[in-house]
Design a protein. Structure first.
Length: 63
């Protein structure tokens, strides 16, 4: 019985560590996504204010 309780305690600690790590990674992923969206918005705004934003190579490049 003692070994089973020890096993359950170790599993609980590992699950706690994994949950904290997942929470940290989720926060970093959200922040990175937010930064990428902001950068894309700035790029789109810069391209739209400078005309079509396409060079001659981009127009003729295959999709």
């Amino acid at each position: 019985m003692y070994w089973f309780l020890l096993f359950v305690a170790v599993v609980a600690v590992w699950l706690l560590v994994l949950a904290l790590l997942a929470k940290k990674l989720w926060g970093q992923a959200k922040a990175l996504t937010r930064e990428l969206v902001a950068a894309q918005s700035k790029l789109d705004a810069a391209q739209s204010s400078s005309g079509s934003g396409q060079t001659r190579e981009e127009v003729h490049a295959p999709a």
